[in-house]
Design a protein around this ligand. Structure first.
Ligand SMILES: [Zn+2]
Length: 284
């Protein structure tokens, strides 16, 4: 695959050079891409208009995304550029977990109403993230736990006590209870949850333009809803609340319902994109 990868990078570089559109990110399933065009009017992915902030826009691809997409970049001078995107296909691991409490593999009927209610609360919070055009994510991204061991990567097909379940939609970092958890990027605290059935105690951050990150199973929450947090600011502490078999952080990233691999954020070269763009008024 390295050959294909290099080809994709060269293609995107040629594209950006020729058309004054720059990108950071790898065109691959479950990855996040940040784009910039100085003279941007709007960008569309597969015909759907993206939010933008001073020429910056973000988009991502789901775990099992189709491989062909079309990005349209409309400039203020009326010029329209259409870019065909061919994603690299990813392979995912199979992960067996046999110590999960029975109630978490198949939730008991008495918990179903609660699970539904909690799902609605999360959905409502996510819908607000989808209309916020500010590109807070331009702060760049860090790993939310400094130490710790990655115990489960993104995308693994999970088999809980022998029962096939949904793929793992985040990155798990195991560390002792009380270990600080930091904001991966600038953003607004869109929701904090106490003792949810699956998530336990958690924080949901809004990084703008549909991009969010979530931090699950916390023992302690240090922030309140509505607060602006900076990249690296402490938002809570590691715990094992909710569906969890031991102290760890489940770090999830989402773009309009698309499950993004958090590891892809750490590879983005924001300096490169930012150096091309103007200084933004919406971030600090
Ligand atoms: Zn997890």
């Amino acid at each position: 695959m390295p050959g294909l990868l290099i080809l994709l990078i060269v293609l995107s570089l040629n594209f950006s050079k020729a058309q004054n559109v720059s990108f950071t990110g790898e065109f691959k399933q479950s990855n996040l891409i940040i784009g910039y065009a100085a003279d941007l009017d709007y960008a569309k992915l597969d015909g759907i208009k993206l939010l933008s902030d001073n020429g910056y826009f973000v988009f991502g691809f789901d775990r099992d995304s189709p491989l062909i997409h079309y990005l349209t970049v409309k400039l203020k001078n009326g010029k329209s550029i259409v870019k065909k995107i061919e994603l690299a296909k990813r392979r995912y691991k199979i992960q067996r977990i046999n110590r999960m409490k029975k109630k978490f593999v198949t939730p008991p009927p008495k918990e179903l109403a609660r699970i539904k209610r909690e799902g609605k609360i999360l959905k409502r919070a996510r819908s607000k993230i989808g209309v916020n055009a500010s590109a807070y994510y331009l702060s760049g991204f860090i790993r939310p736990v400094k130490s710790g061991r990655i115990t489960s990567v993104f995308g693994s097909q999970r088999i809980l006590n022998g029962v096939p379940k949904n793929p793992h939609n985040g990155l798990d970092i195991a560390a002792p209870t009380g270990t600080p958890v930091y904001a991966t990027a600038d953003g607004i605290v869109r929701l904090t949850g106490k003792n949810f059935f699956y998530n336990g105690n958690f924080v949901l951050l809004d990084h703008g333009q549909g991009l969010s990150s979530i931090y699950l199973h916390l023992s302690k929450i240090d922030v309140k809803g509505g607060k602006y947090v900076h990249k690296g600011e402490k938002i809570g502490e590691i715990g094992t609340t909710g569906r969890s078999t031991g102290p760890h952080l489940h770090w999830g990233v989402n773009w309009y319902g698309k499950r993004i691999d958090p590891a892809s954020l750490l590879k983005l070269d924001l300096k490169h994109v930012r150096s091309i763009g103007n200084k933004l008024s919406s971030t600090n």
